[in-house]
Design a protein around this ligand. Structure first.
Ligand SMILES: Cc1ncc(COP(=O)(O)O)c(C=O)c1O
Length: 441
């Protein structure tokens, strides 16, 4: 057994640090657990009270490669000893160029591509939209309910879930048109899945009349599998329709794969499952194995549209972050990593399907590959979300040694984002803990 608990979570040392967090950091900075970390390797986290836990949140999808993957740590150390930062706006360094070459290669599509690096996922999405607007000379952006794209002013404007993320902020950026996302689970009662998808596509087409004229549509921005919104895989026909609309109108199709990328779904990018090639793709999170790096990769003609000096920042492509990302890509390119990701996905999928049969508080289990989630409801018929029960289950499971985070527009889902290097025993142990909490609930 990996999980070893010596104190309650949080123990006394953790409590002391949590009190200092409360006094020194803003109240609005939420946390899904009271775990105070002392060490993290692979999928295992030690807290400052000597407790050993299993990480099923992976820093919200950042740690697909595992905490402190030895080759990543080595690469970081080696780069830090040579030079730490000289800035892409001032000098050129090979790891940055190498990383852009690698991203141009691994992202979907055989067309010529270029990559712009930045520090956070928000910046990558912001860069994508700014560049798409510049290239098309249009302003309109279509995005989706449940979408999460970041917290800078433009990306917060594109982000959904008002109460949690947007309340009290603003005014937000303009020329943004938000459509319901085609969430098959929450389709109207009695409507078939096919009718719902057809109807959703019709709404999408109608938006080009009711909300934004194609001549002013710069981009359609979508997460192929919504992350924050509740691991909602976008139906195949819907994603294909977006591709079609972008082909017809000249708008830029932007896939935000910041959470779904880097083998979270068992492939480098979720869009590969669909065979749909976006014009631009954003990555971050697991690209950097914990170091802050993000990327906007797109068709060369789009990426090159901006005037000299129109893009960039102090830290984008910082050498140490590039060294880490290069090791991540190298490791993920091995067949063994892919096989491991697929195995993790299959085990989770199987367990979750059983849970759905066993526990009536579970309304839905879904996802793609190892990107999987459980949705809790008060009633299976009405599908009334149960966020309080979800929180109770999380608190119970954390007290028994796994680190978890919620998701979903209604905060009634538990998403599973364990590092993909987790062993089969660890994975089953953690799933047993979560199942125990669900059974008690
Ligand atoms: C799909 C998606 N896009 C963008 C972001 C924003 O990334 P960051 O928090 O690094 O700014 C996130 C973060 O959760 C995300 O999941």
């Amino acid at each position: 057994m990996t999980i070893q608990l010596k104190t309650a979570i949080p123990g006394p040392k953790s409590q002391a640090i949590l009190e200092r967090r409360l006094k020194s950091m803003p109240a609005g900075l939420a946390k899904s657990t009271d775990v105070v970390v002392a060490d993290a390797k692979g999928a295992v986290v030690q807290d400052v009270d000597g407790n050993t836990l299993l990480d099923f949140a992976g820093a919200i999808g950042v740690m697909n490669i595992g905490h402190c993957a030895p080759k990543v740590v080595e690469a970081i150390k080696a780069q830090a000893e040579k030079y730490i930062h000289t800035c892409a706006l001032v000098t050129t360094f090979e790891p940055m160029v190498q990383l852009c070459e690698a991203l141009n290669e691994i992202t979907p599509g055989q067309h010529a591509k270029k990559t712009l690096l930045a520090g956070s996922g928000s910046e990558a999405v912001e860069n994508a939209i700014n560049i798409a607007r510049y290239y098309t000379k249009r302003k309109g952006v279509i995005c989706f309910e449940g979408g999460y794209h970041g917290r800078t002013l433009l990306t917060l404007s594109l982000t959904s879930k008002h109460g949690l993320f947007k309340k009290g902020f603003g005014p937000f950026g303009g020329d943004i048109y938000r459509l319901p996302s085609p969430n098959v689970y929450r389709r109207p009662a009695g409507m078939s899945e096919k009718d719902f998808i057809d109807w959703s596509i019709l709404q999408l087409r109608n938006a080009l009349i009711s909300q934004v004229d194609p001549s002013d549509l710069a981009a359609i921005l979508i997460e192929p599998v919504q992350g924050e919104g509740g691991f909602i895989p976008i139906p195949q026909a819907y994603l294909e329709e977006i591709r079609k609309i972008c082909n017809e109108t000249g708008a830029v199709m932007v896939c935000d794969e910041i959470q779904s990328g880097f083998f979270r779904t068992g492939k480098f990018f979720a869009s590969e499952h669909y065979g749909v090639v976006p014009d631009m793709i954003t990555s971050a999170k697991s690209l950097g194995a914990g170091l802050p790096i993000s990327a906007t990769t797109g068709r060369s003609e789009i990426m090159d549209a901006v005037h000299l000096g129109g893009v960039g920042g102090t830290y984008g492509g910082s050498p140490v972050t590039c060294a880490a990302a290069l090791e991540v890509i190298k490791e993920m390119r091995t067949p063994a990593f892919k096989a491991q990701a697929e195995k993790v996905g299959a085990i989770i999928e199987d367990r979750l399907n059983h849970w759905k049969e066993k526990y009536s508080i579970i309304g839905d289990v879904r996802g793609l590959g190892p990107m999987r989630l459980v949705e809790f409801v008060k009633d299976r018929e009405t599908k009334t979300p149960d966020p309080d029960l979800t929180l109770k289950i999380i608190r119970d499971a954390v007290s028994k040694g796994i680190i978890l985070i919620r998701a979903g527009l209604f905060s009634n889902c538990i998403r599973l984002l364990p590092p993909l290097v987790i062993t089969e025993d660890q994975l089953n142990e953690g799933l047993d803990v979560l199942e125990g909490a669900i059974a008690r609930a």
